[in-house]
Write a new protein. Structure first.
Ligand code: NAP
Length: 246
């Protein structure tokens, strides 16, 4: 089997105006992608990125929670080989916080229902591709609940489960389905976390390495790798380690 190669591919990255999404666009552009749809909910925020790669990037207005945006997107795009469901939000909300229900609903809306509706809408195009891939950005907190980000962890667990379901259902299609499970990465989302944080480009590079080698789980940094190893020894070992970090 020939595994996914980004060269000459058409890609779409959600939440591409900053952080990990922006890094994915840059790494794609520097790896020979033919065209990149850079999606963001405010097109003005994409101007610096487009100025760097004006020939291959096309801006797309996309709030992943907005069904009208998703419908318009389908009309704008004629071909797609790679979908990167990256857009996400995180609140420092414990599962027992008074406002946990309200926060959890917002996070699920963006982090789970968003990629779900974007993927369903773009699946017909991906199925037409000779070599396609769907990359879902979950989190190591989606593998085991990180209590300081309790409701966020639940939304990322939903992304992980969705990724598994997609992979099973698309097994007979030419579509690789990959889950990415980062630890803290140096973006606005992890601003308050005082620890070693790799640059977002590392997440993109590790993801494309995994796609090229046919691996389905991406642990893109030392922290996520160590935590996943603990999980593989025993799921409760990671649960306990995360609880102790509270
Ligand atoms: N950084 C980490 O430590 C870390 C670790 C594990 C997983 N992740 C995951 O990695 C992904 C990227 O996060 P990041 O670190 O790059 O965070 P970030 O710098 O906060 O960027 C988040 C991106 O998502 C976009 N976004 C938020 N809500 C959206 C919506 N409803 N529709 C479309 N775009 C939306 C933001 O757009 P605006 O500029 O318009 O807000 C921004 O472009 C997320 O799924 C996150 O959960 C991050």
């Amino acid at each position: 089997m020939n595994y996914f190669d980004v060269k000459d591919k058409v890609a779409l990255v959600t939440g591409s105006n900053r952080g990990i999404g922006e890094a994915f666009v840059k790494v794609l552009a520097n790896s020979g992608a033919k065209k990149i749809y850079a999606a963001a909910r405010d097109l003005d925020n994409l101007k610096p990125l487009i100025a760097q790669y004006p020939d291959i990037i096309e801006a797309v207005l996309l709030d992943v929670t907005n069904t009208e945006h998703v419908q318009a997107l389908c009309k704008q795009i004629g071909q797609l080989d790679l979908l990167i469901n990256n857009a996400g939000i995180a609140n420092a909300c414990h599962s027992t916080a008074e406002n946990a229900l309200e926060i959890a609903k917002t996070e699920m809306e963006t982090n789970f229902f968003g990629p779900l509706q974007v993927t369903l809408a773009l699946l017909p195009l991906l199925k037409q591709s000779k070599q396609a891939a769907i990359v879902n950005i979950s989190s190591i907190a989606g593998i085991s609940n990180f209590p300081a980000l309790g409701t966020y962890s639940a939304s990322k667990a939903a992304v992980h489960s969705f990724t598994q379901g997609l992979r099973a259902e698309l097994v007979n299609e030419a579509i690789q389905v990959v889950g990415v499970y980062p630890g803290p990465i140096d973006t606005r989302m992890a601003e308050g976390m005082e620890m070693d944080k790799p640059k977002p480009e590392q997440v993109a590079r590790k993801t494309f390495e995994a796609l090229a080698e046919g691996r389905v789980d991406v642990l893109p940094d030392d922290f996520s790798e160590q935590m996943y190893a603990a999980y593989l020894q025993h799921p409760h070992q990671l649960e306990k380690a995360f609880a102790e970090m509270m």
